[in-house]
Ligand binder design. Structure first.
Ligand code: URA
Length: 210
């Protein structure tokens, strides 16, 4: 697994405002979108492209275009939905699939409650969006789901991660092609499975259900 933790003052600045409990939902949503666009820049570093000839006003030249099959962006419902706009802004031609995972707050185990994805993901580059990598349960299950459908390489983008979650993903996906891009690596999980210092419940903060 490749792990990339963003180190950029603009990302850290935006994350600081995001973490602040006094930040309102509209601002939280806006910042999430901006952060995802910045993280997507790193996450798409290895997006597959192919040569593409064009005519400029001056001459013909060979550039590149994103290869077929198009990349697939998969927000994990519900909180991952808040990351979708920022991602498709950067890759407007991407296809979007949805995966609904819930975490049982007592056992902390994930289960799938909704799925809208192509049947065959072979040869697809998949970009999974999940703001909080806490225990790694739902993200690990989502990545597993994509590999079972034939995905070849999966990149997960998370705003914050905990070391426990990163270790869990690493163990679960052993040997497969997974890249993890985090806005920041936080200290730990608390006894309720929340990331510390974290930002609280990302879904609640995005959608104002605090
Ligand atoms: N999910 C969240 O929204 N926040 C956490 O801190 C952990 C999981």
């Amino acid at each position: 697994m490749r792990l990339h933790v963003a180190e950029h003052p603009l990302i850290t600045h935006k994350l600081t405002v995001l973490r602040d409990e006094s930040t309102s939902s509209p601002v939280f949503r806006q910042l999430t979108e901006e952060l995802v666009t910045l993280l997507a820049y790193e996450a798409t570093r290895n997006v597959r492209v192919e040569p593409h000839e064009i005519q400029t006003p001056v001459t013909t030249t060979i550039g590149v275009k994103i290869s077929e099959p198009r990349p697939l962006v998969v927000p994990i419902l519900r909180a991952g939905l808040g990351m979708l706009e920022g991602m498709v802004k950067l890759i407007p031609t991407a296809e979007v699939g949805f995966l609904g995972m819930v975490r049982n707050e007592e056992t902390l185990e994930p289960s799938t409650y909704a799925e809208r994805l192509p049947d065959d993901l072979s040869d697809r580059q998949c970009f999974v969006l999940d703001p909080m990598l806490a225990t790694g349960g739902s993200l690990g299950a989502a990545i597993e789901f994509l590999f079972e459908r034939g995905a070849q390489d999966v990149t997960a983008i998370c705003l914050l991660g905990a070391p426990e979650g990163v270790a869990a993903i690493e163990k679960q996906i052993a040997g497969r092609d997974v890249t993890l891009v985090l806005g920041a690596m936080d200290e730990r999980l608390n006894e309720k499975g929340y990331i510390v210092p974290g930002l609280g419940d990302a879904g609640d903060r995005l959608y104002g259900t605090v």
